[in-house]
Ligand binder design. Structure first.
Ligand code: F6R
Length: 665
């Protein structure tokens, strides 16, 4: 790709874009006739996975098989337990098991459930109550006629639980969710209408929820509700689907409806009705999912993480595509901020969590250098609670792969309340954070399934560079030929990343040799510092090895005391062609730790011979300019963690205690 010339339009593989005109009817009978041509890549992520299916009133095995298939695709959202409930001629039948989906499948094989007309299924990431059979979803009402699944946290559940218990109901689980099942059943008994019952009960709930419920008196219907948690509807022929994201039903339909905040949906085999919290009909927006189901499978790799590491040249390339107009000027995907406001911005605060925050650290170096605006980087959960100084001249940049991270979302809301403009960098089209932001720059990494973020990180860094160049262009810090020169350099990055991937065999050998170590330290300087932090995080989260990242200059201020005979230290070395003798200083750091017995693994540019005398092992990366180096230097560290965890026989894609996206504070 030559970014110096006008780049081609946005990537086909992960294309986004939404038809403006909504479908004309609130009732989606024969939904395909109403289809509006739209294309939209969407994979909303949140804790717990939810799936629903409603088919014809003749019972069959399809509801259960669709639900189990959906759960398999959603298991990355949580895997503490899995369960299903079916609407059958014998009433509501439920099965749920602690542990991974396999436990539920095994139980269903030994003791099958009857044919059904509708199914709801849930895969859990535990919040209230341990991961046990009792706390698994679905939850039944006291009379066993209603089953409910829930994603999120009901914040006022203690008061509601006391109310339910005082009415004589004995709760079977410790969850906040079971309480809602009892409230809903009671409301249904009083009102006689499941939709209205859901609307009444939802109005009493505080917090975040996606709810789906079935009742044996209405066996062809699922009723759902959402607030601050995702829910999408899939439109089929004579059948309909619900899911936390489209992965739940992608192999059955690509036509989906977006559910808005505080809406209630009633789905039968051939009808979808949506109402708002006041009961008024709502016309949801319809779109076509145009990413391939194969994008969500492992593509020949042993793990999703390995596949996603190899997706990175495409993730970076796709994120760069289609960014300039015909005059060569950069633009944002969605800009609801006046350009004059962006010109007057005097501070940028990046808010994010985990890996996304490390992308923000890289952004700081680039944006301050290119735009001469002070950039602070703060963990979203810290920002939110420290009374930050934010005003209308502050641009808050919220980075989130999922767009659903609750800490980041709350920080976004807080920043906006203080008058700041918020720009979101997000990988999930239409997720809550970009919806609430004033401007959006989407990354085009495609669906990231492995819990440990890799390709989204590189895409986030790429988007941060684009943002820096956009601001530099807007504020007059750079001429158009300067931004284009940098874009041309960025355009070379996918092939440079591929060069690193081609060295995977060497990195794998090293990782296997070191699979017995119990501590690894990472050192980096300048943009190599966030790379060191990210390398350490990857190793902690998937290989369960104690790992710390340090700024190399900090070594002598304390961390060097940790160096002992055999301690593994990975050092990210800056380019010898860079400024300020950084390279020489980091080479000295390698000598210092080696002299104290450390085993040194050095990430260094091709042709950098200075490191050779002090390195036990070298991971080579292609030559790049200093600011762009993280796009290549983090890749060996990702491969190292992935291969080391695999060598230890660990579940690389679903590490213990973690979920893909943290949608609770
Ligand atoms: C680590 C990882 C997490 C996420 C963090 C933010 O591998 O994936 O640290 O980066 O939870 O998630 P998003 O980007 O979805 O807001």
């Amino acid at each position: 790709m030559d970014a110096a010339t006008a780049p081609p339009p946005s990537p086909a593989r992960w294309r986004v874009g939404l038809e403006q005109s909504p479908v004309s009817s609130v009732t989606f009978r024969h939904a395909r006739e109403h289809r509006v041509k739209a294309c939209r890549g969407i994979i909303l992520k949140g804790m717990c996975g939810i799936v629903g299916y409603v088919g014809p009133l003749t019972p069959s095995d399809r509801p259960l098989s669709v639900a189990l298939e959906g759960l398999a695709r959603l298991e990355y959202r949580g895997y503490d337990s899995a369960g299903v409930a079916l609407a059958t001629p014998d009433g509501v039948q439920m099965r749920k098991k602690a542990g991974k989906l396999k436990n539920l499948r095994d139980s269903l094989e030994t003791d099958p459930l009857p044919a059904a007309t509708a199914a709801i299924g849930h895969t859990r990431w535990a919040t209230h109550g341990a991961p046990s059979d009792e706390n698994a979803h679905p939850h039944l009402s006291a009379d066993g006629k209603l089953a409910l699944i829930h994603n999120g946290i009901i914040e006022n559940f203690a008061a509601l639980r006391a109310e339910v218990e005082s009415s004589g109901v004995r709760l079977r689980s410790e969850t906040d969710s079971e309480v809602v099942a009892h409230l809903l059943a009671r409301a249904f008994d009083a009102i006689g209408d499941l939709t209205e019952a859901m609307r009444t009960v939802s109005a009493r709930l505080q917090g975040a929820y996606t709810l789906l419920a079935i009742h044996e008196d209405v066996p062809g219907v699922i009723v759902g509700a959402r607030r601050n948690s995702p829910l999408v509807i899939g439109l089929g022929e004579g059948e309909n689907f619900l899911g936390s994201d489209v992965a739940a039903f992608i192999s059955h339909t690509r036509t989906a409806l977006e559910m808005g905040q505080d809406q209630i949906v009633t789905v039968s085999a051939d009808e979808v009705r949506v109402i708002d919290a006041d009961g008024a009909p709502v016309t949801p927006r319809e779109y076509t999912v145009d990413w391939d189901a194969s994008a969500a499978v492992k593509g020949g790799f042993d793990t999703f993480m390995a596949k996603e590491i190899h997706d990175q040249p495409a993730a970076v390339g796709d994120t760069l595509l289609g960014r300039a107009d015909e005059t060569g000027r950069l633009r944002l995907d969605e800009a609801r901020i006046d350009e004059s406001v962006l010109r007057s911005v005097d501070t940028i605060i990046v808010i994010a969590c985990g890996t996304a925050a490390y992308a923000g650290h890289v952004a700081k170096y680039a944006i301050e250098h290119w735009c001469r605006i002070p950039v602070e980087v703060e963990l979203a959960h810290e920002f939110r609670y420290r009374d930050p100084i934010v005003n209308e001249k502050t641009l808050v940049v919220a980075i989130s792969q999922s767009g659903e991270t609750m800490d980041t979302l709350m920080a976004v809301r807080h920043a906006r309340e203080q008058g700041a403009q918020v720009l979101a960098i997000c990988n999930t089209y239409g997720a809550t954070i970009p919806r609430e932001a004033d401007a959006v720059l989407y990354t085009h990494a495609g669906p990231e399934v492995a819990v440990a973020s890799t390709k989204a990180f590189l895409a986030q860094i790429t988007a941060c560079y684009l943002l820096g160049l956009y601001l530099a262009q807007l504020r007059g810090n750079m001429f158009i030929d300067e931004t284009q020169a940098l874009l041309a350099e960025l355009a070379e990055m996918p092939s440079k990343i591929q060069e690193v991937l081609d060295t995977e065999g060497h990195i794998t050998d090293v990782a296997r040799d070191l699979s017995g170590v119990d501590s690894v330290l990472f050192l980096g300087r300048h943009v190599g510092f966030p790379v060191a932090l990210e390398g350490a995080l990857k190793l902690k989260e998937i290989a369960y090895i104690h790992a710390e990242g340090f700024a190399a200059g900090e070594l002598k201020h304390g961390p060097i005391a940790l160096i002992d005979q055999g301690q593994v230290v990975i050092i990210v070395v800056p380019s010898p062609r860079g400024r300020d003798q950084l390279h020489a200083k980091v080479v000295s750091n390698i000598q210092e730790v080696r002299a104290r017995g450390a085993r040194t693994i050095v990430v260094a540019e091709e042709g950098d011979d200075n490191v050779e005398p002090y390195a036990d092992v070298i991971f080579r990366v292609p030559q790049t300019s200093t600011l762009l180096a993280p796009l290549v230097s983090v890749v060996p560290l990702q491969i190292f963690a992935c291969q080391l965890a695999s060598a230890k026989g660990l579940d690389v894609d679903q590490p213990r205690n973690l979920a893909k996206s943290v949608t609770v504070e």
